[in-house]
Design a protein around this ligand. Structure first.
Ligand code: PA5
Length: 450
């Protein structure tokens, strides 16, 4: 049974129940294209069955490697970009304390990231930190050839080999990549690194429930079996029926697509728990790369409330009317904290004395939704009972399924990313990559003309 609840009562001022039901026929078609693996990009639909087909041997292997690393390292550096790092970061940030940097009694390694940018300062400072720490590297690249993680891996491989010697360094490196091709695969074979495989039929941004997401999360000390269980439950709810009242992901996909057809251009995913900040980053990548093509697609944006009510809140309330919000509500906090009574009440807050911060946060959320609806911003609501592994497993699969379905409702292929090549080609031409000679000449002429 799933615990996640999707609610659309804050959209009915903008979209009637009849209009939502009119989507059922389109949803039925897209749903069967997805579950029967007959739609565009169907060679990348392995994610649909990933949690259900998760092999016990693979889980045991991930858990054993995670335990071995946990016993000997202080820091795990995950090298990867896009779908190769955002899923694990989203889960780890959601489950860990925001103040882990100040914890002196670390039971589990801290997970840091590299190769998700090209900043010289970021990577220099990381290397300085690693000089003083026990660490290991998990390098993740499906293609095995992406420039940013490849550069970071060359830098850190150099560092770890100097620090520990080649043999020990090799035991501290795990690679996750394609089964048979790519530079990372050949490097791993040559140097004897342990490897895990990203299945051929799973694209980067849909890979969080494969070793790509699960291994870093297990090394960080979290229960990957619960994540898989949550995803399996949500998978059942998503696969079994396309009926809008019964399939929450289909209902979400149908409503966001209707709002898009009615002129919305931006969907803002909202959290009221800062630990979900990176979950929104993962969601932005999932939907942005999946839907934004052929001049179509909602622009996925994100905000952390109530912080951003004091920045983006103004725009959302009164700026251009082209947006809607999807709000993630977490129903139960991990800790209890109430507003204390104060004898003098100089700050005038005694009216809140005894109330938990959670209750105040909930009222801020409700008040904001009502204000935004008055400002003509439709609101969709997702309720999670708590932030734990199981709920995150449900939420991940919910968004993945809704994303695939939304792509088919738009008529595009949600499983490719042809637009990502444009910047790479220019960068390679500018850097003089072998094989790009004519592009280098053309781009140099273009720059000189500007
Ligand atoms: O979703 C995707 O496919 C991309 O975001 C990739 O994950 C990203 O470009 C990294 O690619 P790779 O894993 O091949 O290095």
């Amino acid at each position: 049974m799933i615990n996640l609840r999707f609610q659309y009562k804050h959209v009915t001022n903008f979209l009637s129940e009849e209009e939502i039901n009119l989507m059922q026929e389109d949803v039925d078609i897209s749903h069967s294209l997805l579950v029967e693996k007959a739609g565009k990009g169907n060679q990348f639909l392995g994610w649909i069955d990933l949690p259900a087909k998760m092999d016990e041997t693979l889980i045991n292997c991930i858990e054993a490697d995670a335990k071995a690393f946990r016993e000997k390292i202080e820091i795990l550096v995950v090298i990867g970009i896009g779908g190769s790092y955002l899923g694990s970061k989203a889960i780890i940030e959601a489950l860990s304390t925001p103040f882990s940097a100040f914890q002196t009694d670390h039971k589990n390694p801290v997970v840091l990231y590299a190769g998700h940018n090209l900043s010289q300062d970021y990577h220099s400072e990381l290397i300085h930190l690693l000089d003083k720490k026990e660490y290991a590297i998990l390098v993740i690249s499906k293609s095995g050839t992406t420039t940013e993680p490849a550069i970071a891996f060359r830098l850190l491989k150099n560092h770890i080999e100097k620090k520990y010697g080649q043999q020990e360094a090799a035991s501290r490196i795990i690679a996750i990549t394609d089964n048979s091709k790519g530079a990372l695969k050949s490097l791993s074979e040559k140097n004897g690194y342990k490897t895990y495989v990203i299945p051929d039929d799973v694209g980067g941004r849909y890979s969080v429930l494969s070793p790509v997401g699960l291994l870093p999360v297990a090394i960080a000390g979290y229960d990957i079996r619960q994540i898989i269980d949550g995803a399996c439950e949500m998978r059942k709810a998503c696969i079994e029926t396309s009926s809008l009242p019964d399939n929450p992901a289909a209902c979400y996909a149908a409503i966001r697509t209707s709002l898009y057809r009615m002129g919305s251009q931006i969907e803002i995913l909202v959290n009221y728990e800062p630990s979900l900040h990176y979950f929104i980053e993962w969601w932005k990548q999932l939907f942005g790369e999946s839907e934004g093509k052929e001049n179509e697609g909602l622009f996925p944006a994100g905000v952390d409330f109530t912080s951003d009510l004091h920045s983006m809140g103004q725009y959302i309330q009164e700026g251009q009317r082209m947006l809607f919000e999807t709000v993630i509500h977490v129903q139960k906090s991990k800790h209890l904290l109430s507003v204390p009574n104060d004898e003098n009440d100089l700050d005038g807050l005694n009216y809140l004395a005894g109330k938990t911060l959670h209750e105040v946060n909930d009222m801020a959320a409700l008040g904001t939704s009502l204000a935004h609806i008055d400002g003509e911003v439709p609101n969709l609501d997702i309720f999670l009972p708590v932030i734990d592994e199981r709920s995150l497993g449900e939420l991940i699969y919910f968004f993945e399924f809704a994303c695939g379905l939304s792509g088919y409702l738009l008529g595009i292929n949600p499983f490719n990313q042809p637009g990502v090549e444009a910047y790479k080609n220019n960068m390679f031409a500018l850097l003089g990559k072998p094989g790009f000679e004519s592009e280098t000449e053309a781009i140099r002429e273009r720059i000189n003309e500007e």
